[in-house]
Design a protein around this ligand. Structure first.
Ligand code: TNX
Length: 756
């Protein structure tokens, strides 16, 4: 606990929040009389001392003396200390003495990082003052990971070191280096030089967004890319180790390896030459190793031998995700392998592939880790699983007593937006805000205490399809990594969102000093409809602890002077709420949140569907169709989705009502495979048995229209008394020709059945 004392000059801010922190009166001033002391015979303590001295030299321009007598000392010692385990430390700061004690070097380094968070980040002439305190600290999880994809875009060794520095500052300890993927092979392999001569380079199309980059044409110069030489890798591995960071290399297989196949076409099933992949135009590209060819395994073992030489990590990541099974189905060698090994399908062939590699790694005293697809077709005996498609794979693996790292898309994918998305740099999609990361708990409720011991921790992944610049790497990681670091290090019951936001402030100053790009936060207002007990209300929320919310209900644009939000608004008539966040008089929202509500005769009554709503697009449940909440075009909330099936809904108004107008709100979002229905037909009834036609509306918008549109399909008639309404919206036959999903089922989305 932090004891905030009014008399103390400054409150200590540490991220991740230590297990225990007691701030005391006074400061330790680091000056030329200060000496660093450690036992020279102890390697860990010597290294830690040297590390601190280099840092102090960087920020003050001079080194401290080491191991001489002085009145003022910074002392490191490795001593058996109970309660703090591996990586833990005790830090004591008094006006004359700083001591850091730990069981291991990692603990000393973590103690140093806590100390460094009290000091400036750049060269300064100011006094180096450390507030007095006592800290006892150790991590909750042993795997505190950050991943970086250097295949989709290559990043320099300098950027990698910066990434490692940032990780170390916040006590993250595993760097998952995604070195191989379709669009580039990024590690030097001496035995197979074409991997680097060919596989590391591609045609540059940086002027286009990732998904729209056409594949290279014959003869175009492949000048974009790069790779890390083995000398560079060694240096980076040592740099990381010095900072208590293990680098887990990922040598992806058996899919996502178009770059290797461009280098050596014989690695694939069809053995056709191909150019390195520029973007995602996979038309003539093969991205799987052939699983029926023993030479492929010999190749991979050679590659892994070189990798193992370079990386001391126990775990070697071998990918395993998103393997396209088609090439294997068509390949005689793969089919022969399946027959010989008695494998019933291609999932088992993949499992055979991974097991064979796992056995090889085990023979080298290394452990295999892979994406959760390695569960399909049977998990290799000693393999650990990285759960990315939600937590299910991780839960399953833990129950089977395999080690697990949690990295579910939400909230661990840092390639997703963290704010906006308006006003944010273009990202791959999705939304993982700082608070969502902060609120994450890697231990799923589905696991009992014993099973939970297999959850080693969690990790954030930074896929870089949409990230080509160093600044954007920083931006996507900062400050979300700080929230994750607290999730993984600090005690669960000490979670404190407001306190975390306060403690972020010195980190923001540090980022400013260092010139790091970072996201200042998500300043959206969120309008949350609540339909309960026949009443409709709207709550408005923001992630920002310091913000007030201002709103309008008359359609006008809100500003800093608009009405202040105090508590939930009741929706008694049709209205549109527009809301913004304001901090110190300044409007922070990039654009107002807008939510339309319509009150009509069906609100609060019951709907029965003939075809079930897709479980992925349920909106707020069955009655979303008559909750008065209209869907918007910028997200899928409040829309009901049907895949390749008609929407047929029957509404019971509860009693006879006078009605003259019926309409159904629908969405067209071509890129998301969502199309207006072909037509919408309304029928009405007094008894729920005999229905009469009430009109039909044909769709007039072409299925190929790519703009996002919302349209109410509406019929009007002479006032009549009815009790039941049946609406049938006919889904399009399939996605149209020329669409990425051509021939596949079309989606139909509806938000509201409006009865007036
Ligand atoms: C899925 S996560 C992938 C990556 C992509 C990522 C984009 C995983 C194991 N595979 O290849 O870059 O989505 O978010």
């Amino acid at each position: 606990m932090l004891f905030g004392m009014a008399s103390l000059a400054q409150t200590i801010s540490i991220i991740p929040q230590p297990v225990s922190l007691v701030q005391q009166k006074g400061t330790f001033i680091i000056d030329k009389n200060t000496c660093i002391q450690y036992n020279r015979l102890n390697k860990a303590a010597s290294e830690a001392g040297a590390f601190l001295n280099r840092y102090l030299n960087d920020i003050s321009g001079s080194r401290l003396r080491e191991n001489v007598h002085s009145q003022k000392v910074i002392q490191f010692s490795i001593a058996p200390t109970s309660d703090i385990g591996k990586e833990g430390y005790l830090l004591k700061v008094s006006p004359e003495k700083i001591t850091i004690t730990a069981n291991d070097k990692a603990g000393l380094m973590n103690g140093i990082q806590t100390l460094l968070q009290q000091l400036p980040g750049i060269r300064t002439n100011a006094a180096l003052a450390v507030p007095c305190m006592e800290v006892k600290d150790y991590p909750r999880f042993k795997w505190r990971g950050m991943h970086l994809d250097v295949s989709r875009h290559f990043f320099s060794p300098e950027l990698i070191k910066e990434y490692i520095d940032l990780m170390a500052r916040y006590k993250m300890n595993v760097f998952h280096w995604h070195l191989v993927d379709d669009q580039g092979w990024r590690i030097e392999i001496k035995k197979y030089p074409e991997l680097n001569n060919t596989g590391s380079w591609r045609v540059d199309r940086l002027d286009r967004v990732w998904g729209e980059r056409p594949q290279a044409m014959e003869g175009e110069p492949a000048t974009y890319g790069g790779y890390y030489t083995q000398a560079q890798v060694k240096e980076i591995v040592a740099y990381a180790a010095e900072r208590n960071i293990t680098i887990v290399p990922e040598i992806e297989m058996p899919g996502h390896v178009a770059s290797a196949i461009a280098s050596y076409p014989w690695l694939s099933c069809n053995r056709r030459p191909q150019q390195p992949l520029t973007g995602v135009d996979y038309k003539d590209i093969t991205s799987n190793y052939c699983a029926g060819n023993d030479s492929v395994f010999a190749f991979l073992q050679d590659v892994l031998c070189e990798v193992i030489q370079l990386f001391p990590s126990t775990y070697i990541h071998v990918g395993g995700d998103e393997v396209e099974k088609d090439p294997w189905k068509k390949c005689t060698r793969c089919q022969a392998r399946m027959k010989k090994e008695g494998l019933k399908d291609e999932a088992e062939l993949q499992s055979y592939f991974m097991k064979r590699i796992e056995k090889f790694l085990a023979g080298k005293k290394r452990k295999m880790i892979g994406w959760d697809e390695i569960l399909e077709g049977g998990l290799a005996p000693g393999a650990a699983v990285m759960s990315w498609r939600g937590e299910q794979g991780g839960i399953e693996a833990a129950k089977m007593q395999h080690d697990v790292v949690m990295t579910p898309g939400s909230p661990c994918y840092f390639d997703h937006y963290q704010a906006g998305p308006e006003g944010e740099p273009l990202a791959i999609g999705g939304m993982n805000t700082l608070k969502q990361v902060y609120d994450y708990d890697p231990l799923p409720k589905e696991l009992n205490e014993q099973q939970a011991t297999y959850i080693m921790g969690a990790q954030a992944n930074l896929w870089t399809e949409y990230i080509s610049a160093n600044e954007q790497v920083e931006y996507m990681v900062l400050p979300r990594m700080l929230a994750l670091s607290e999730v993984l290090w600090s005690k669960k019951d000490g979670k404190d969102w407001l306190g975390f936001n306060e403690r972020l402030k010195p980190s923001y100053r540090y980022f400013d000093q260092k010139g790091y790009h970072y996201c200042k936060g998500d300043f959206k207002a969120q309008i949350i409809p609540v339909a309960k007990n026949g009443k409709l209300t709207a709550e408005i929320a923001t992630e920002q602890p310091d913000a007030t919310i201002r709103y309008t209900t008359d359609g006008s644009e809100p500003d800093a002077g608009s009405k202040k939000y105090e508590s939930a608004l009741s929706i008694d008539s049709s209205m549109t709420i527009k809301a913004i966040t304001v901090i110190q008089g300044k409007v922070m929202s990039f654009k107002p949140a807008v939510q339309k509500f319509v009150l009509h005769k069906a609100v609060g009554h019951d709907v029965v569907y003939t075809n079930a709503v897709s479980k992925y697009y349920m909106a707020d449940g069955n009655n979303s169709l008559i909750d008065g909440v209209r869907g918007t075009s910028d997200h899928h909330k409040y829309w009901h989705g049907f895949c390749g099936k008609d929407l047929i809904a029957t509404l019971d108004l509860g009693s006879m009502k006078t009605v003259h107008k019926l309409s159904l709100g629908c969405l067209q979002a071509y890129k998301d495979w969502i199309f207006f229905p072909k037509r919408v037909r309304f029928e009405v009834s007094a008894d729920g048995v005999n229905f009469r036609d009430a009109g039909m509306v044909e769709n007039s918008i072409p299925i190929t229209e790519s703009a996002k549109l919302i349209r109410d399909f509406e019929v009007k008639f002479e006032k009549r008394k009815i009790r039941y309404v049946r609406v049938t919206a006919t889904v399009q036959d399939s996605c149209p020709i020329g669409h990425p999903g051509a021939g596949q089922p079309a989606w139909l989305f509806a938000d509201e059945l409006i009865v007036e």
